[in-house]
Design a binder for this molecule. Sequence first.
Ligand code: AMP
Ligand code: ZN
Length: 204
Amino acid sequence: MDKMKRQSFMHGGPVPAKKAATGGHWSMKLLQSMEDPNMVVESDSLTVTIKDAFPKAKHHYLILPKESISSLSSLTAKHVSLLEHMDERGQSLTKQLTDKNPNLEFRQGYHAVPSMSQLHMHVISQDFDSICLKTKKHWNSFTSDFFIDSQQIIKMLKSQNKVEIDRGKYEALLKADLVCHRCKHNPKNMPALVQHINTHLSQQ
Ligand code: AMP
Ligand code: ZN
């Protein structure tokens, strides 16, 4: 590598996420979806919004930065404005969808311990009406404190200049008893939960 190229490699600023999209491991698949026209919903200079490939509700999207950022723990103070921008993208998407259907409710946030690489913010409707929602882990990851609201993450980053996650504490939440996010009922298993949340859907 000549001197000029080496310098731009070392000091060239953020690495675009798509440069890292070559890996075949399942945990890198979001990078591939960011480049798949069938998955991309919208994009701008900083972010790409994709459909979640296994939606856990009627409406489930992921908003990812174009800059390569592997997870919450890679964030520093310089990312505050990017996270605020991702939050705004989520709010704008939510508005588009709720303008069409005012009965929809959304949350936008991050899994404390994600399974997929490249930072991604979930934007998910709160009906949880989906055949892809199959396990206790799925349910608890979206309805317990394991799901951290985007605004909460921004607040943490602003106050501490980093996002610190106690993995043990959050992973324990995934094993907790099932609780309905609407009425705090405790269904005994996933089939009972699905039947129970259907009663809320029919009331809407
Ligand atoms: P997590 O890493 O736990 O925050 O969640 C990763 C999300 O990515 C899940 O909601 C998956 O359904 C979704 N997912 C998995 N593979 C893909 C893919 N290839 N393209 C889009 N979304 C995906
Ligand atoms: Zn309930």
